[in-house]
Write a protein that binds this ligand. Sequence first.
Ligand code: AMP
Ligand code: TRP
Length: 327
Amino acid sequence: METMLSGIKPTGRLTLGNYIGAIGEFIKYQDSYDMYIFIANLHAITVPIEAKELRKNTKDLIALYLAAGLDPEKVTIFLQSDVDAHAKLGWVLTCLSGFGELSRMTQFKDKSQKQESGITAGLFTYPSLMAADILLYDADYVPVGQDQTQHVELTRDLAERFNKRYSDTFRVPKPLVTKVGAKIYDLQNPEKKMSKSEANPKGTIDLLDDPAAARNKIKAAVTDSLGIVQYDPENQPGVSNLLTILSALSSEPIDSITARYEGKGYGELKKEVGDVVFDFLTELQARYNEIIKSGVVDKVLAEGAEKASRIANKKVRKVYKKVGFTI
Ligand code: AMP
Ligand code: TRP
């Protein structure tokens, strides 16, 4: 079985976009791959974050993943900070990364340009840590969003560099750009992706939103004046976005939905999408609440950390020998 690994930063609340574009995809993959999903909390402090917020995001994230259907029997779920090997290999790879090559990372350039003060060295070197995250587990595939592909390319370069300088140690991973999962757009501004960092909460549906409030957001979604229910993202981005959401949550193909809507208006479509979102959130949150109460999160993390550490520590021991730390 091939290995798949991905990390999620616990930096904000999860949205319906995260569910449809990422979590739902992981759940589909869990039967076909040896899968590792970790909470990238070492990465979360590359920008300022309150300890209290980080703690809450982390717990919510795990509980929501479990509630959505990620199965700890099939997937190794763990906290990055529970497995020391990440920081250890991260340092070795930081020392193998060029200052120039890290300077070319577009995400660093974007983020450091937006934020005038308080840019940390951690934000600069985090791609080397991300490479360690991936290489520790000999991942074949790394499902990521478009913005992360450059970091996976760097990971490949670092793996090859290490293998060449020392000897064959790391498997060279491939990015898997998650275009399989549909992209969900902001309900108020359907040209923009639905994002947890969006200031206008009317355009975003959080997975922990009150289901009735979420239904109202769908009702208030921006559409157009054409009045025909059809999938045309270019000319009808708002309606197409609603169709994508409905299709993703109900598994009904978009063609079949639009066929049902011949001669019908946006009001009816919004009602159906609103109801489906309402039911989806209601069920998800019921499972989430049970999971939070049950204490299962702690158990999943303890087991995940144990399994991940076993594999990762073995890799670090090899690396420490090869670089000359073990005498
Ligand atoms: P982010 O929330 O940007 O850290 O992304 C976490 C994961 O969710 C990545 O795999 C993204 O590609 C995915 N994701 C985030 N927002 C959306 C969206 N609006 N539609 C589809 N996928 C998304
Ligand atoms: N850097 C990724 C992000 O910002 C999160 C991440 C950290 C990651 N380590 C990873 C993703 C390893 C995939 C594999 O979203």
